[in-house]
Design a protein around this ligand. Structure first.
Ligand SMILES: [Zn+2]
Length: 450
């Protein structure tokens, strides 16, 4: 048994000093207040227990990032399962769920099986995969086991998984048993905006027009349709990377009618805004586009008050040379899985975001939404996926461990440093280095969702 004492134990429900005991990879007890150690151990401290004093440190559950693009198979010059999951682990993420827009896309039981086989022995975090909906496979998806959720591109993004025919969407939103994750941007609106921009600028569109092309209106039109359909059909809808203040309000209202509706944003929409195009140029090009400072402010409120349920990094690596291309040929997406948790700790230190809410956003809610067995919580019986954090440490973001070698956060100052990462009871990261020679990630196990 290992016992952590005098830790500030932060869960989605509370932040209190106490002791936490782990054994055989699982949390076996938590105690607060007087006799915290005895409460955590269920009696006197057993002989041979390793005691780790965490005075002044925060203990949180490891992050669950249900929105990453690790580019394998098919785009391994940009990234692969091993390189990016190691970066994730260094950033305090202990479980990753990868998106289906790889080459080939993950749109069949065979492609899903291929990913699970590739992952074995190569993932540094625990792992799962979403399956992608296409116009042709919608009816078969409910019968494919082993997928975390079903990803629907209601706009278009990297890859060709666009689903916009109403009858296909009706089928998808009628599926039960798994969550439907929606990338929501209206393709028709985007195409019209792009045409206007090309008429004005020719092929040389300035990057700052990205948020006028992939516009607020494109998000609203699509999200309104998704939310309305999810209310009508009782869908377990998870609306991805929410980027506008209007969508936050729509989600708040929609949840009253269908409590099965949940939403994600990424730290990027809480951290960056349009003004950052001047500094970061096309590196900041992502879909949906980052919007205004006013949107960022409302989204920060929405994560603080629970309107938005999860943070997914939307880690979407591209090579620096690809990102340096002119607007039209520059791919959208930025790599951020290693900085996502730390960016949220920083917001907690500097804004009204409670650390308890960070625990909910980064771990607990994703585990609940996707039905992840024994994950995401500091509670007896759960996997001992733990982060030891110095909440006051100030540091500057350096070079990330990504294969592509860059992050939009590089050079920024963060508050709150992840000192150690534990995966199923084993210390796997210390002082910014992985401790093992080889990865020890395991596949996630899914409970039926209600
Ligand atoms: Zn994405």
């Amino acid at each position: 048994m290992i016992l952590f004492t005098q830790a500030q134990i932060v869960t989605g429900a509370s932040s209190e000093q106490g002791a936490l005991a782990i054994d055989k990879g699982r949390i076996c007890g938590i105690g607060y207040g007087e006799n915290a150690v005895e409460k955590a151990c269920g009696g006197p401290l057993p002989a041979g227990t390793e005691v780790i004093d965490l005075q002044g440190k925060v203990l949180m559950a490891g992050g669950i990032d249900a929105h990453v693009h690790f580019r394998e198979p098919g785009m391994m010059q940009k990234a692969d399962m091993s390189s990016e999951s190691r970066a994730a682990l260094l950033g305090g993420i202990t479980s990753c769920i990868d998106m289906p827009n790889t080459l080939p896309p993950t749109t069949s039981a065979e492609a899903l099986q291929d990913k699970l086989e590739r992952a074995r022995g190569r993932f540094w975090t625990d792992y799962g995969f979403h399956i992608g909906a296409t116009a042709d496979n919608a009816a078969t998806l409910a019968g494919i086991p082993g997928a975390a959720g079903i990803k629907v591109f209601m706009g278009s993004s990297t890859g060709n998984l666009l689903v916009d025919r109403p009858e296909v969407l009706e089928t998808l939103f009628g599926l039960t048993g798994r969550v439907i994750l929606v990338h929501s941007e209206d393709e028709k609106t985007i195409r019209e905006n792009l045409k206007k921009a090309q008429e004005q600028f020719g092929e040389d569109i300035p990057i700052r027009f990205h948020s006028s092309i992939r516009s607020r209106r494109a998000c609203l039109v699509s999200s309104m349709a998704a939310l309305e359909m999810a209310i009508a059909k009782g869908t377990r809808l998870h609306l991805l990377h929410v980027s506008t203040k209007e969508e936050a309000e729509m989600i708040r209202a929609a949840k009253i009618h269908n409590p099965g509706i949940t939403a994600e944003t990424s730290a990027n929409y809480l951290w960056f805004c349009e003004e950052d195009y001047d500094r970061l140029g096309s590196r900041l090009k992502c879909n949906p586009a980052v919007k205004t400072a006013a949107d960022r402010e409302v989204l920060r409120e929405a994560v603080a008050n629970g309107v938005i349920d999860t943070i997914g990094s939307d880690h979407a690596p591209h090579l620096p040379a690809e990102k340096a291309r002119p607007y039209l040929s520059c791919p959208s997406g930025m790599p951020t899985v290693q900085e996502s948790f730390s960016a949220m700790l920083t917001l907690a230190a500097r804004t009204d975001l409670p650390l308890t809410q960070v625990a909910a956003l980064m771990s607990e809610n994703a585990a609940r939404i996707f039905g992840l067995q024994n994950k995401g919580k500091l509670a007896p019986g759960y996997d001992a996926d733990l982060l030891i954090i110095d909440p006051k440490a100030e540091w500057t973001v350096g070079k990330p461990a990504y294969k592509c070698g860059w992050t939009p956060y590089e050079g920024m100052s963060f508050t709150g440093r992840i000192l150690e990462v534990w995966l199923r009871g084993e210390k796997v990261v210390e002082k910014g280095e992985t401790l093992n020679d080889s990865p020890s990630g395991e596949p996630l196990v899914y409970r039926p969702i209600g």
